[in-house]
Design a binder for this molecule. Structure first.
Ligand SMILES: Nc1ncnc2c1ncn2[C@@H]1O[C@H](COP(=O)(O)OP(=O)(O)OP(=O)(O)O)[C@@H](O)[C@H]1O
Ligand SMILES: [Mg+2]
Length: 252
């Protein structure tokens, strides 16, 4: 195995505040890695750095053997890194199919966009299949449930054939049923992609996670199996009395 992503000596300082404080992290190709940690631990910032949204103060990220230093966001997308955000970014007036089609077009050469295309591309058909949204293809995204929107966003990423998917709290605010379907979706996506998921819910982790990295105050607190992490006194301490409220829909 060779690493899909290597984060080396990373720190991010915002106006003197160390949001990330010396992180080293390696995720191998084909892994489904869970990233947990209390509010403000630096989880989203780490993803922001990997995707080029935030510049590191020190350190670097190597993706599939190539340094991402200095690369702009769209270049990183084109290299094969896809992400979702804590808040949803689908176009509500467009149908599920149109959202997928639009997402797929981001990696197509510009000239092909001016051509009229008939039918749906393989990538879009596959994304509809994988996410289970086939039946809803013609519905406007605005009418989807919270869970269905998240699946649509994951589907939108899949149309761009990423090597690495970064998902920021995809199950926050979901019903039990939706969580289960999301767990299955992640498991199936992880069969042929590398996936990093930010999630807090221990029950969810127990069911779907193998390797877990815990961040706290911008550092890696511990890395290991779900059981190792859950039983670690340091993890219990940082979560104690800080139980997240997981407000519906906000994911914050
Ligand atoms: N652009 C910014 N400017 C200043 N401070 C920031 C910025 N982005 C994040 N921070 C701070 O950096 C710290 C880490 O934030 P981050 O969003 O990465 O945490 P998180 O682990 O994703 O938390 P949550 O579970 O609440 O989503 C927080 O204290 C946050 O307030
Ligand atoms: Mg966050």
């Amino acid at each position: 195995m060779s690493p899909m992503i290597e984060v080396r000596g990373l720190s991010v300082v915002f106006d003197g505040f160390r949001a990330i404080d010396g992180i080293d992290l390696t995720v191998e190709k084909g892994e489904l890695r869970f990233l947990i940690g209390p509010n403000g631990a630096g989880k989203t910032t780490l993803i922001d750095v990997i995707t080029g949204l935030t510049r590191p103060t020190t350190g670097e990220v190597v993706f599939d053997g190539r340094s991402l230093a200095g690369l702009r966001e769209h270049r990183i997308v084109r290299l094969g890194v896809g992400r979702t955000f804590q808040t949803s970014v689908v176009f509500e007036e467009l149908s599920v199919l149109e959202n997928l089609d639009l997402a797929a077009s981001f990696r197509r050469p510009l000239w092909s966009l001016t051509r009229r295309r008939r039918g749906i591309s393989d990538a879009v058909a596959e994304a509809l299949e994988t996410t289970g949204l086939k039946e809803l293809a013609d519905r406007p995204a605005g009418v989807l449930s919270h869970g269905q929107r998240q699946w649509l966003e994951i589907g939108m990423l899949l149309t761009q054939s990423p090597k690495l998917l970064l998902l920021d709290e995809p199950v926050a605010g979901m019903s039990k049923d939706e969580r289960e379907r999301t767990g299955e979706l992640l498991t199936s996506v992880a069969n042929d992609h590398t996936v990093i998921v930010i999630e807090h819910d221990m029950e969810f982790l127990r069911r779907y996670a193998s390797q877990v990295t815990v961040l706290h105050e911008g550092k890696v607190l511990i890395e290991g199996s779900v059981d190792q992490v859950r039983d670690d006194p340091r993890v219990q301490e940082v979560y104690l009395g800080r139980k997240r409220s997981d407000a519906v829909g906000t994911g914050t």
